[in-house]
Design a protein around this ligand. Structure first.
Ligand code: TXA
Ligand code: MG
Length: 316
């Protein structure tokens, strides 16, 4: 298959919507990372997503919608879910909610679960595409399973771990401004629970709810978000975290100081999140082990450290 590269103008968005309607897979921009989109009503389209990623089929996907009205037709919102949707949608938040069984979502999307992960992205191109396509769009991150998530169209097409030749098209709207995946919140035993730290800091969600979130455990054995496999976001090189010293023969990713591989010279966590995956890819191309400065573990730093821990985890 030859992968079309589409510019995110009227005709590119129309072509992407047409490919989705034909059951094809298209990599699309969101403000967090690029997603590999397919028609969530079509089992065939969703099977193509899993196939292109080489993804284990037990791992359910996030469904993207243009607004709350569309989301309401697919899942049941409790009072806390409605409050969070109101506060953070459109944006980098995914909610795991009870699925309406009559919503017509292909069972492969949820991997047979009775819950579904929903997100209303803010990105302008994503919004226009979702409205033009007119239906729910399933989209995991547009990388080969277990590899670094893409924050640009070039990443999607990267010969190393990219999807060139495996998907119908990529819709190019430039780099993703947030740069880490959405924060995932679900209700476990009725309690709002952080299932994955991400682009909306947990502190902001707590503030909106007026109470703490139930715990996020980095290395659960039986994860609530099945994507929380230990090794994930993996570069080829090994990673040394919280590296307070410089060692010969390593590529050093810095934070709070300049350097050829600096997450943010001034120690800005928003900038660091936006640069994270691109820097991991660039550092990986040096072909040496990678060391990373300590990154503060609050705000977006929680998501950055989560992704770094997964990138450093032993490969199976
Ligand atoms: O920012 C993002 O979230 C990006 C963009 C494209 O939206 N998407 C993304 O999707 O990161 P993915 O498939 O790489 O991660 C989705 C996560 C996985 O950890 C998956 O297990 C979890 O969401 N998930 C999906 N449905 C779930 C459900 N019903 N219950 C619990 N976890 C679920
Ligand atoms: Mg992913």
């Amino acid at each position: 298959m030859k992968t079309e590269r589409l510019i995110a103008d009227d005709s590119g968005i129309a072509r992407a919507a047409e490919l989705l309607a034909a059951g094809e897979t298209v990599a699309i921009p969101t403000e967090t990372v690029y997603g590999l989109a397919g028609d969530a009503h079509s089992g065939d389209a969703v099977a193509r997503i899993y196939d292109a990623k080489g993804r284990p089929s037990f791992n359910p996907l996030i469904v993207h919608l243009p607004d709350m009205g569309a989301a309401n037709q697919i899942a049941v919102f409790g009072p806390e879910a409605a409050l969070l949707a109101d506060a953070f949608w459109p944006g980098a938040l995914t909610l795991v909610l009870p699925l309406r069984p009559d919503a017509g979502i292909a069972s492969l999307v949820t991997a047979g679960l009775d819950t579904i992960a929903l997100r209303v992205p803010a990105d302008d191109t994503a919004q226009r595409l979702l409205r033009q396509f007119g239906g729910p769009v399933a989209a995991p991150s547009a990388n080969a399973s277990g590899r670094i998530s893409p924050t640009s169209a070039d990443h999607v097409l990267d010969p190393d771990g990219g999807l060139n030749g495996r998907i119908a098209a990529v819709l190019d709207a430039g780099p993703c401004p947030v740069g880490v995946e959405s924060t995932i919140v679900g209700w476990v035993h009725g309690q709002a629970t952080l299932l994955r730290p991400g682009g909306i800091p947990a502190e902001a969600i707590k503030a909106a709810l007026g109470h703490a979130l139930a715990g996020f455990v980095a290395d659960q054995d039986a994860p609530n978000a099945p994507g929380q496999l230990t090794s994930h976001y993996a570069p080829n090189a090994s990673l040394r975290l919280n590296a307070t010293d410089m060692r010969d023969g390593e590529t050093h990713i810095t934070f709070g100081r300049p350097g050829p591989f600096s997450l943010s010279p001034n120690g800005d966590l928003t900038e660091a999140a936006a640069h994270l995956f691109d820097l991991l890819r660039r550092a990986d191309r040096e072909g040496k082990p990678i060391a990373v400065d300590p990154v503060p573990d609050h705000g977006l730093g929680t998501a950055i450290n989560d992704r770094l821990r997964r990138a450093a985890a032993p490969r199976s």
